[in-house]
Design a protein around this ligand. Structure first.
Ligand code: 5GP
Length: 138
């Protein structure tokens, strides 16, 4: 099989699909999940075409984690979250649905259950509002 250049995140990277972006540098892009499991659910992706952890170059993994560490406190504070959960899925059996490596930054709130993974589309105006709050803390 190998990496499919037409996956949705590759299209977002090429600017062929819209995304509510919160951060970008030479090696990574971060944007809000359109079907968030919690308010402020953010995805961080490398700019290289890697399907999952197994084919991700080490340098790209380091760059992704650098961005995750930069964003996590900003997402937490912007959303007023009690905690931050990181998720990263490899293969359909593990829950991966988009085959471009990504790390989920998911805000958690005391006693609030997560919404369903890949559940409901969020209102785009609300996503823009949340992204603005996150960007303001970077
Ligand atoms: P996975 O299951 O592969 O770890 O997660 C893929 C994530 O991407 C899901 O949480 C899903 O809601 C999100 N997602 C799927 N399609 C799009 C899209 O077109 N744009 C954005 N921003 N997120 C997407």
């Amino acid at each position: 099989m190998g990496y499919d250049n037409n996956n949705i995140f590759a299209k977002i990277l090429r600017g062929e699909m819209p995304a509510v972006k919160v951060y970008e540098d030479d090696a990574t892009l971060a944007f809000l999940d359109v079907m968030p499991q919690a308010p402020g659910h953010t995805l961080v992706i490398p700019k290289v075409g890697a399907e999952n952890l197994y084919d991700l170059p080490v340098e790209a993994g380091a760059a992704v984690f650098r961005t995750v560490q930069k964003l996590a406190p900003a997402v937490r504070d912007a959303m007023g979250a009690d905690g931050i959960m990181l998720n990263q899925f490899n293969g359909p059996a593990a829950g991966q649905t988009v085959f471009h490596f990504h790390v989920h930054i998911v805000p958690r709130f005391d006693d609030v259950p997560l919404r369903r993974h890949s559940g409901q589309m969020e209102d785009s105006a609300l996503l823009e509002e949340q992204a603005e709050k996150i960007r303001a803390r970077l």
